[in-house]
Design a protein around this ligand. Structure first.
Ligand code: GCW
Length: 738
């Protein structure tokens, strides 16, 4: 085959792969094994002999000390898991006297049985301690919680150990979460559509109402609890103000009820203009200071956060919510961003906006997240000094110290928007007197939309382990977001999940590793990607050695592979940013106000964000980090084009020219994506056949997509630069742009 034939062949191959897999999705979008997909990592499969003999100590009674719904859920989960996995039921008993068994309770409750019991170190509120102890003469396994929720988390940990075949014979393990805030955000619209959701329609809403059947919401909360998630924002940050209507709050109460046994608290996104658009007619009945005009239903004439009437409106609204949902967690606010209303309408600050809501929540123990994703999407692209990346820091850093202590600034991991690779947002280092949380995106908006495999835990770990070198001292991002570095009262993690009604929640069984991994990292960001994916694989598919090894490798390879056939060297993902955020569309970034510019032209590519000659973005980092990024010599190749504009002939640290790197990376990436099929095929017979076929079809589809991406990007950059591929591949395709 000559070169041209090869090119035509590869194009046809891509089309055939795409058609084949697209048609299999079309015929039966639920191919796979819906039951296993829905159970996700909570399958509790039966353990055969002799594996089950390792758990013979686990027998007899389960004693529950207390009767809250969370404790009861823990007990039932334990009984369900043990009977499914070990094939012998535990019996529930009210008394701790009379034989061995498992005892569940808070530390305070268990101490009433055994006053001398001392945990090996401090047990925090959501933490747990699993240990063996003699209680009233019999050896018992204790699941001790710092709170009821801690008992639940300890129970899930115990079951996970059994499911993964880990010994519990000598268990004595105390774990506390890394941070108090471990939430997911759902971008569900009230009509049932999910913004950037790829797993079907909302599990909460349909046609403007809360669904009658909330069984999936309960199952979701169980999954979340199993990895330590304790809060969930149920509606889109592009918030429909109708969510705050009283008759809607009454419906949300049912979601809170479905979540409650699992210790997951409900939160809502709110629009800042609510006092003006929701209207005083909908004020709750709580409190007596409602003005007659408001009783009559006239909406306020504005939403100025410093207007006392606005403050009163929020207070009444919040008071009402707590009459319906006593454990309501709080709000998330997106303001002055992408067309949302905000405090700028009244010349007020973001702190003013956050605080008026925070004050209303404070008496009830609620918190407000104020998103740092504030930027002008009408930036003048002709001005080379303009830079969207600077926006979060410029907007929020000057307000450091002005936010209420129950307000939390929620910061996306990077300064642009969940691209396949970005540097860490400098704002994490820019808030010393303000609570912060990191926002990570579980739903793969810019990373293949669950149609392609992209395991994001390694990406998140790079961010969390990044050293900001504040005051020239080691300052890891994970210690900033937990609040540890600056002794903040609260902080943590928000993951945009967007699960839907599809049996497999996210639209792909393999993508569930991201949801699992988000929870595990929020609990303990020191876990390695390998550990997390190992746990997930064993829990989801079982512990067959070939299977574990293959699935782990596929997951761990998937981010680098996706990056290599999409956007390299920190240039951005290069998706169609004005369209679907999925297909290649490198030119869509340019000549518009959205600010995802890469500035590619015939001479070079990349954003000059240096202090010396560029937009000055680098100046937002602490000095040592600035030094690393400002000079071309020190800047790492994988972020080069985020920080610098260089000619195509620029020689990377790797020794290759930039343009040749682009070509090679795209060809290697597409080849490795095709290799996923070969690796997966080794697993036939080692995994449920339905899941095997479903995932195989996905890899076949991805291999075709990778070729389309490869050719689109290589042809684009060749067309701009006119520099030939040394290996003679690029520019010969039928579809080449010349
Ligand atoms: O990247 C953008 C997404 C929007 C999203 C926004 C945000 C909810 O494309 O869909 O809006 O980020 O995070 O607010």
């Amino acid at each position: 085959m000559n070169r041209n034939h090869r090119q035509v062949f590869s194009l046809l191959y891509a089309i055939v792969l795409t058609l084949l897999s697209a048609s299999s999705f079309a015929q039966d979008p639920e191919t796979g094994n819906p039951e296993l997909d829905t159970q996700a990592w909570l399958r509790y499969p039966h353990l055969d002999w002799p594996a089950s003999t390792a758990y013979e100590q686990l027998s007899g009674r389960v004693v529950l000390l207390g009767d809250s719904v969370v404790l009861k859920a823990a007990q039932q989960e334990l009984m369900r898991g043990v009977s499914q996995m070990l094939g012998r039921p535990l019996t529930s008993s009210a008394s701790a006297t009379g034989g061995s068994g498992v005892i569940l309770g808070t530390l305070a409750a268990i101490r009433s049985l055994s006053p001398k019991l001392r945990p090996p170190n401090n047990l925090e509120s959501d933490g747990y301690w699993l240990t063996w102890a003699k209680i009233r003469g019999s050896e018992c396994l204790l699941i001790v919680g710092g709170s009821d929720r801690g008992v639940l988390y300890g129970t899930f940990t115990l079951l996970s150990k059994i499911a993964r075949g880990e010994s519990i014979a000598k268990t004595n393990e105390l774990q506390n979460p890394s941070a108090p805030i471990r939430w997911v955000n759902q971008w569900d619209n009230l009509d049932g559509h999910i913004e950037r959701g790829y797993g079907g329609r909302s599990i909460f809403f349909d046609a403007g109402r809360v669904r009658d059947d909330l069984s999936r919401a309960g199952e979701y909360a169980r999954l979340l609890a199993s990895v330590g998630i304790n809060g969930c924002t149920i509606n889109n940050v592009n918030a429909n103000p109708a969510a705050l209507e009283d008759n809607f709050i009454v419906q949300v109460r049912r979601i809170a009820d479905a979540f409650r046994p699992w210790g997951v608290q409900v939160a809502m996104s709110v629009d800042l203009s609510s006092p003006k658009v929701v209207g005083a007619a909908n004020l709750g009945t709580a409190g007596s200071a409602v003005q007659p005009a408001q009783r009559a239903g006239a909406p306020l004439d504005g939403f100025d956060p410093l207007d006392p009437r606005v403050a009163e409106w929020w207070q009444k609204k919040v008071d009402y919510i707590y009459t319906q949902i006593p454990d309501f967690a709080g709000f998330v606010v997106k303001a002055d961003s992408e067309g949302r209303s905000g405090p700028s309408a009244y010349g007020r600050t973001h702190a003013d906006a956050a605080n008026v809501i925070a004050r209303a929540l404070k008496p009830h123990g609620g918190v407000v997240f104020y998103r740092a994703f504030v930027y002008n999407h009408h930036l003048d692209w002709r001005n080379l000094k303009n830079d969207r990346a600077r926006a979060a820091y410029e907007n929020l850093h000057p307000l450091d110290g002005e936010f209420a202590d129950n307000a939390i600034v929620q910061i996306k991991n990077g300064p642009i928007d969940f691209q396949v690779r970005e540097p860490v947002s400098p704002l994490f280092a820019g808030l010393r007197h303000t609570n912060q949380a990191i926002e990570l995106q579980i739903t793969q908006e810019y990373t293949g939309q669950q149609k392609q495999l992209c395991f994001l835990v390694p990406l998140w770990k790079e961010v969390l382990d990044f050293d900001m070198r504040i005051d020239d001292k080691s300052t890891l991002v994970k210690d900033l977001v937990s609040g540890r570095v600056f002794h903040r009262p609260v902080g943590g993690y928000a993951g945009v999940a967007n699960v839907g009604l599809d049996a497999n929640w996210l639209g792909s069984p393999m993508a569930m590793a991201n949801l699992y991994g988000f929870g595990r990292l929020a609990w303990n960001p020191n876990l390695s990607s390998e550990t997390i994916v190992d746990e997930w694989t064993r829990l989801t598919f079982g512990s067959d050695p070939l299977l574990v090894q293959t699935v782990k490798q596929l997951q761990l390879d998937s981010w680098p592979v996706y990056e290599s056939y999409t956007g390299n060297l920190g240039v951005g993902t290069l998706t169609n940013i004005t369209g679907n955020h999925y297909d290649a569309g490198p030119q869509s970034s340019e000549e518009n106000g959205w600010g995802q510019w890469h500035r590619a032209d015939r001479n070079g590519i990349g954003m000059d964000r240096t202090v010396a000659t560029g937009t000055g973005f680098i100046g937002q980092y602490p000095p040592e980090v600035q030094t690393r990024y400002e000079s071309l010599a020190a800047c790492p190749d994988n972020l080069l084009l985020f920080f610098h504009h260089v000619p195509y002939s620029y020689v990377l640290h790797s020794g290759r020219t930039l343009i040749q790197h682009f070509y090679d990376a795209h060809y290697e990436g597409a080849e490795r994506a095709a290799g996923f099929i070969t690796q997966w095929k080794k697993l036939q017979g080692h995994i449920d056949e339905g899941q095997y076929r479903n995932i195989l079809a996905r890899f076949e589809f991805q291999a075709g997509e990778a070729i389309k991406w490869r050719d689109a990007i290589c042809n684009w950059i060749y067309g701009l630069s006119g520099i030939a591929d040394q290996k003679g591949r690029v520019g010969n395709q039928a579809s080449a742009v010349r």
